[in-house]
Design a binder for this molecule. Structure first.
Ligand SMILES: NC(=O)c1ccc[n+]([C@@H]2O[C@H](COP(=O)([O-])OP(=O)(O)OC[C@H]3O[C@@H](n4cnc5c(N)ncnc54)[C@H](O)[C@@H]3O)[C@@H](O)[C@H]2O)c1
Length: 355
């Protein structure tokens, strides 16, 4: 790798301010990168972000200003989902490589168009931020599964449940395209397979009443069927009032792997593998300690802080080595294709059979 990579962060709200902090920390810890600019349409927010980190970084108000300033060729895009495509296209045209927060564009139609454009003109310009692939507990679970310790896997259950509704004013394209994209990519990554069929069961049961955000459901289940006798279930909700619930259960013919039991201990993530009935001891058990930042942050940072940082480090390494990214626009597209298939077969209470 040559010199350090200059990296800007565009959009420093809830998630972007964490990416900016991690760029700054990686710069200090590894010397592999430099925080080149903090950009936000709300310039005061960008100033506050820079001030919180105590660094004298250029603060800019738009992607156009960033391009004109010529400060860097690598940028993390953390603006609202509906701007991802526009901002990524602008920056890539100007010669940047970009790390784009999930989801790619927010809809399968737009994902398809954008992915085709990128494949044609810039196949290696975009890394998609699926931080679960950098999460040590999930990586450990995958290594247990791949080692065959629980035999042939026939079912995966993956949940992601917020403790609060989406904020007032939040623009959601639906709870599944917005949230379950993480779980769906996780399942495709764990199994290396695409499902054959999908359906969704959706309900509004509680927190939709507490927000002005218009979202289709506050609780939904996506069911997936794969070839060769395998199924998966993704549970997403905004109703888990006691805290962020992120759990994965992998069921095999010889046992089960469990990642992240909810125990109101947000910084301890337990991975356990159990054998068949009758065994006294687990096949494996490890606790992964997450990072406690110096101030209170959104609940997803409690659970995935180190994974976000590892994801950023991978982005920086690939930029330095001019190497392809490990996760691209096509990973975003394939997860959204699965969700979109499920959304074509939604069952609501009105559509269910009367009891
Ligand atoms: N990977 C994860 O776990 C995770 C978690 C949260 C959010 N996200 C994703 O991150 C993205 C941002 O979400 P958030 O919750 O941080 O939103 P947010 O509203 O808190 O932050 C977005 C920021 O972008 C700024 N912005 C808006 N338009 C802009 C423009 N044209 N130019 C420059 N800045 C602009 C806003 O002022 C705001 O500061 C979304 O796509 C979301 O899906 C991912």
């Amino acid at each position: 790798m040559s010199g350090p990579i200059n990296v800007a962060v565009v959009g420093v709200g809830r998630m972007g301010s964490i990416h900016a902090l991690h760029v700054r920390e990686l710069a200090q810890e590894t010397g592999r990168c430099v925080l080149a600019a903090v950009v936000d349409g709300n310039i005061e927010r960008a100033r506050q972000c820079a001030a919180r980190m105590g660094c004298d970084v250029p603060v800019l108000a738009s992607v156009g200003e960033l391009i004109d300033a010529g400060l860097c060729n690598a940028t993390v895009i953390v603006t609202p989902t509906e701007s991802h495509r526009e901002h990524a296209a602008q920056l890539i045209t100007a010669g940047h490589r970009v790390l784009v927060e999930k989801p790619l564009t927010g809809t399968v139609e737009s994902d398809r168009e954008f992915a085709a454009e990128l494949d044609r003109n810039n196949p290696h310009a975009l890394m998609l931020a699926f931080q679960r692939r950098f999460d040590l507990p999930l990586q450990y679970a995958k290594s247990l599964m791949d080692s065959g310790v629980i035999g042939r896997v026939f079912k995966i259950y993956s949940s992601l449940e917020d403790s609060n509704p989406a904020p007032n004013g939040y623009k959601s394209g639906g709870i599944l395209p917005d949230m379950s994209i993480h779980n769906v990519d996780e399942i495709l990554w764990l199994t290396g397979r695409m499902p054959r069929a999908a359906l969704v069961v959706g309900s509004n049961i509680y927190t939709h009443r507490l927000t002005t955000c218009q979202e289709d459901f506050d609780d939904a289940l996506l069911c997936l069927w794969f070839d060769n006798e395998m199924a998966a279930q993704v549970q997403v909700s905004r109703n888990h009032v006691c805290g962020y619930r992120v759990e994965t259960l992998i069921f095999g013919e010889e046992g089960q792997i469990h990642v992240g039991r909810f125990e109101q201990k947000p910084f301890d993530v337990i991975v356990e593998a159990y054998g068949r009935r009758g065994r006294d001891e687990p096949l494996a058990r490890r606790t992964f300690r997450m990072r406690q930042y110096t101030h209170v942050l959104p609940e997803f940072v409690d659970r995935f802080g180190p994974a976000y940082k590892a994801e950023l480090a991978a982005f920086v390494e690939c930029c330095g080595a001019e190497a392809p990214f490990p996760i691209t626009h096509n990973d975003g597209l394939r997860a959204q294709k699965v969700i979109s298939a499920g959304m074509r077969a939604v069952v609501t209470e009105e559509q269910a059979a009367v009891v």
